[in-house]
Design a binder for this molecule. Structure first.
Ligand SMILES: *Cc1c(COP(=O)(O)O)cnc(C)c1O
Length: 355
């Protein structure tokens, strides 16, 4: 049976990435040894790391004056590294969900945190608007795509203070105006590579913002100066990330990918709206994520939740169970997920309705 992978993360990767990585497991770049067994300082691997950084810059149109880093520790380590490196007195945070809240919690260890707005009153089912970013904040932190709740900030807005974004689950899903951001970070396991590598895009002028001593590994400066090779980087996930970037370039880049992503999300949104058994958890179209589509059984049909999950599982849908803090279902439609998987899910919802 053909299976359709809707997991939220780690999640689907292009077949190309998996095939190329599988080959490199036995013979990497004609060296006769495995990508798992080669020195990160070998010329063959340095070439991989350099090309991945280059493609990052090219595909996201990153302007001069920024550095791309590949680090360990996951997005969760960035929650602490950001305030460690940038927070002197006060930082501003937008509270749009679990990950945003976790990021703000770490910042409180280093100074004052002003939460400029929150959508917690409605279980994070919308993106707050009309907030003011305090001009005296050292930076403003946002989570562009809220993986758990299915909301997304789809525009790059202006900020009077350095703008920092967690783009773990929507990086490369749409064109981004990187010049509006001081730093962008994310775990790679949503849209790029297997778990283990964390990307950071940092504006070089952000280095040395605080007086406090920072342990070497936690200072961005270390990694910018060391070109992501200060310590052993996650070699295999970086190799896989490069394969995904090559695949993405071959597909026409982020603008092309965005068109496909919007088409996939709209197809699923339309079925959820049409099918009387289901309803979106995020009511406002503008706020609905194109990466993670969260939906529940409609009023009066709550008792059919388990039955639909079982039915869909039998039909080859994998990973559609919603996060426990939302319930219902979540279909993650990352770049590598083909349109035919969305068609299969929609067909499955129609068939369940007939039953
Ligand atoms: C998954 C996720 C994280 C956590 O990433 P780790 O790499 O597991 O630390 C943080 N932020 C967002 C938006 C995520 O989707």
């Amino acid at each position: 049976m053909k299976v359709h992978n809707f997991y939220a993360g780690p999640s689907i990767l292009p077949d190309y990435t998996i095939e190329q990585t599988a080959k490199a497991l036995t013979d990497f770049a004609g060296t006769g040894i495995s990508i798992m067994s080669i020195s990160h300082r070998s010329k063959e691997f340095i070439a991989v790391s350099d090309e991945a950084q280059q493609l990052f810059k090219e595909l996201l149109n990153i302007p001069e004056g920024y550095t791309v880093l590949f680090l360990g520790g996951g997005a969760s380590t960035q929650f602490a590294m950001v305030p460690f490196n940038f927070l002197n007195k006060k930082a501003a945070y937008l509270n749009t969900g679990t990950w945003a809240k976790k990021a703000a919690k770490e910042a409180k260890l280093f100074g004052e945190v002003e939460v400029v707005a929150s959508s917690e009153d409605k279980n994070f089912n919308y993106i707050p608007t009309g907030f003011t970013i305090p001009k005296d904040a050292d930076y403003f932190h946002i989570t562009t795509n809220n993986t758990i709740f299915g909301t997304e900030i789809k525009e790059d807005f202006d900020s009077p203070v350095p703008l920092i974004a967690d783009m773990s689950s929507d990086i490369f899903s749409r064109p981004v105006d990187v010049s509006k951001y001081a730093l962008i970070y994310g775990g790679a396991q949503k849209n790029l590579a297997p778990a283990g590598v964390t990307f950071v895009i940092i504006k070089n002028e952000m280095l040395e913002r605080v007086q406090r001593p920072i342990p070497t590994m936690f200072a961005y400066k270390t990694h910018v100066e060391g070109e992501s090779m200060f310590n052993t980087p996650p070699v295999l996930p970086i190799f896989a990330a490069l394969q995904t970037l090559k695949w993405l370039k071959n597909k026409g880049g982020v603008a092309e990918m965005n068109k496909i992503n919007v088409a996939k999300a709209e197809m699923l949104h339309a079925e959820i709206e049409r099918n009387p058994l289901f309803k979106m958890t995020v009511p406002n179209k503008k706020d609905q994520s194109i990466m993670n589509v969260c939906f529940v059984m409609s009023e009066g049909n709550e008792d059919k939740e388990k039955a639909f999950l079982e039915f869909a599982t039998q039909k080859g849908m994998i990973g559609i169970k919603g996060h426990r803090s939302v319930g219902g279902f979540r279909a993650s439609l990352y770049n590598a997920l083909p349109l035919e998987s969305v068609e299969a899910l929609v067909a499955c919802m129609k068939e369940f309705e007939k039953k």
